[in-house]
Design a protein around this ligand. Structure first.
Ligand code: SF4
Ligand code: SF4
Length: 426
């Protein structure tokens, strides 16, 4: 995973993990309860249409509010136990719905009827929570007409092999999902992007196949699109704004499976990495509590251990395991308390390691000075904040252990909020 030059004459290099044939086969972990997050804040209970005690069928669309269209889909039949507000990463407000599974076996037929018609509207109405993370604005071409659809069968972080598992074991569903997306988006070109080590043995898919480097962070959208499409994104520009819809391979497979089987495919592949670095793949419904998944993986969380959703470079720490597997939870890792690298309180020593390793050539040593004191606008205007690819490499090499990447993420989030607020007030 990691290479450093013996005499420190070159930058350290990190490699994406490759799914080997010896890798543990995905196993299904079942849970008696589910936690669902609805992307709408619970601020007023008088607009709530659901309550504890309500029964739901598997695959039922739950619309919690009378004045908002946000919804979740129940992965299992059960009974609502609680509806509560939840504050997530960076203070984002969600509505949390706790569901107790029941062995009633009733299945909602709404999607089966809707699946007769392959359309963007059907996808919008039913598939917000599909595993893999399907962004509706991206496939709707909300920012610009789509000229290229990119199916990314690449990993989001170093230790995950979830996308490779989907590619290897669900190629038929991927192929069907590509057909669905072609129909919905009218994209004239479809490209399946895979890691260079995984390009062999892919079955037939109705798309061009392109391989990217396995050196991290080659799969970051900006770098990937430059390598495989020879297209440059402007600093801070999204692929969607350039007419490129990037869709994770797992979302494409889930889309294909859902339409083919007329049943919402809500099972998520998660790479679980334990304290010794052992990796196991699990397949669980979106909404499965992390605590239950860790119990199935025989991992005990002790005081001081660190639970990370995502990978070692870009993952986010969770303060509790009372949290669900989300559509984009590709990897979960647990670090032993003794191995956790603590954030430092030392100031920057201007060693330049972060600048040398940054693939976007951001002047990170200068950037961090402005981020530390909340000068986000200056950081964006003068020190290339929006050229950052969100890879986390700078933080991984900083000898002062400054949480550079957390500063970057927070700054981008705050600027996005303030710019959205400004746009609303214009
Ligand atoms: S600033 Fe840090 S996180 Fe951003 S691209 Fe450079 S190394 Fe990666
Ligand atoms: S790696 Fe850390 S200490 Fe070195 S220049 Fe960058 S921020 Fe400063």
């Amino acid at each position: 995973m990691f290479q450093r030059s013996l005499f420190r004459t070159s930058r350290p290099r990190f490699f994406y993990q490759t799914l080997t044939t010896e890798a543990p086969v995905a196993v299904t972990a079942s849970s008696r309860r589910m936690i669902l997050f609805c992307d709408h804040p619970l601020e007023r209970t008088d607009h709530l249409c659901i309550k504890a005690g309500d029964m739901v069928a598997a695959g039922e669309r739950i619309v919690p509010f009378s004045d908002a269209s946000a919804y979740v889909v129940a992965p299992v039949a059960g009974r609502i136990q609680a509806v509560s507000p939840f504050v997530g990463d960076f203070g984002k407000n969600w509505t949390r719905i706790d569901l107790a599974a029941e062995d009633r076996g009733d299945v909602d037929s709404g999607f089966a009827a809707a699946a007769d018609q392959v359309s963007l509207e059907t996808v919008r109405q039913w598939m917000t929570g599909l595993p893999g993370g399907l962004e509706m604005a991206v496939i709707a071409g909300a920012e610009a007409p789509i000229d290229t659809l990119v199916v990314a069968a690449t990993e989001s972080d170093l230790l995950s092999v979830s996308a490779q598992y989907v590619l290897r074991h669900r190629i038929g569903a991927v192929s069907r999902g590509i057909d669905v997306l072609r129909e919905i988006t009218n994209a004239p070109r479809v490209v399946l992007v895979v890691g260079r080590d995984t390009v062999q043995g892919i079955g037939h898919v109705n798309a061009e196949i392109r391989a990217v480097s396995t050196v991290y962070p080659a799969a970051a959208p900006g770098l990937m699109l430059r390598e495989v499409l020879h297209r440059e994104l402007p600093a801070g520009g999204s692929p969607a704004a350039a007419g490129i819809a990037v869709v994770p391979v797992e979302a494409v497979a889930a889309l294909g499976r859902s339409f083919a089987e007329k049943r919402l495919a809500l099972e998520k592949v998660v790479t679980v990495v334990d304290k010794s670095g052992r990796r196991t793949l699990f397949e669980v419904p979106v909404g499965t509590p992390v605590a239950d998944l860790l119990a199935t993986a025989d991992i005990q969380l002790e005081n001081g251990d660190r639970l990370i959703a995502g990978g070692p470079m870009t993952g986010l720490c969770r303060y509790t395991d009372d949290y669900p597997v989300r559509p984009d939870t590709h990897c979960l890792m647990v670090q032993d308390a003794a191995a956790v690298g603590r954030v430092g309180s030392d100031p920057c020593i201007n060693c330049g390691e972060c600048v040398r390793i940054c693939p976007a050539r951001v002047p990170v040593n200068m950037l961090v000075r402005f981020l530390e004191v909340g000068k986000y606008e200056t950081a964006a205007a003068e020190y290339d904040l929006f050229s950052c690819l969100d890879c986390g490499l700078c933080a991984s090499v900083c000898p002062a252990r400054i949480p550079i990447f957390q500063y970057i993420r927070l700054a981008k989030y705050e600027l996005a909020l303030s710019r959205a607020a400004e746009a609303e007030n214009v």
